[in-house]
Ligand binder design. Sequence first.
Ligand code: MG
Length: 219
Amino acid sequence: MKYIKFKNYEYQVPIGKIVCVGRNYAAHAKELGNEVPEFPVIFLKAASNVIYSGEAVIHPKYSNNLHHEVELVLYIGDTIKNVNEEEAEKAIYGYAVGLDMTLRDLQFEFMKKGDPWTLAKSFDTSAVLSDFILKEDYKLRGDENIILKVNDSIRQNSSIKNMMFSPSKIVKYISEKMTLEKGDLIFTGTPEGVGRVVPGDKIFAEIENVGSLETYIVE
Ligand code: MG
């Protein structure tokens, strides 16, 4: 079982489900040739996919195109269902930086066939997390910088103000479809600049005032 790691606290909260939003930054939707969606695209990762900063991403042998996607991750602290935006905001207890590691070749194959993306998104080490900062220690302004470097060169560089669906809108939308519970995590989508990484590459990702993470790719 995987547990959430908190900055400055020793709480033992198991990770629940991991709900991810796709195409939440217009410039990223366009770089992959997708329409900007009317509603968020939603998919899931398994809690067992999680690793933390300092641990290695294992490149699956069945893919030739592993991509990095840096994202703001929300920590849900209450059980909620069908909430309004204000209640949704209250259920967000904290934030982290996350990597939604993606097998882009498999994803495009699945999209072509109309199949689910599951195996392109959910595999061991596909969800990399920093420690979580609690909202009582830092309240998001909404315009924090979000960056990702591969081997010290900047690949993704944006602001979370460029998200089309805000954290509270995302949580409201998901809560209309499935109950969210304490320990659930929400990946809120990636800005433009996604790209391939190969064994030997080092990744650094950071969201201003929220935190940072480091990982590296191995075979
Ligand atoms: Mg993503």
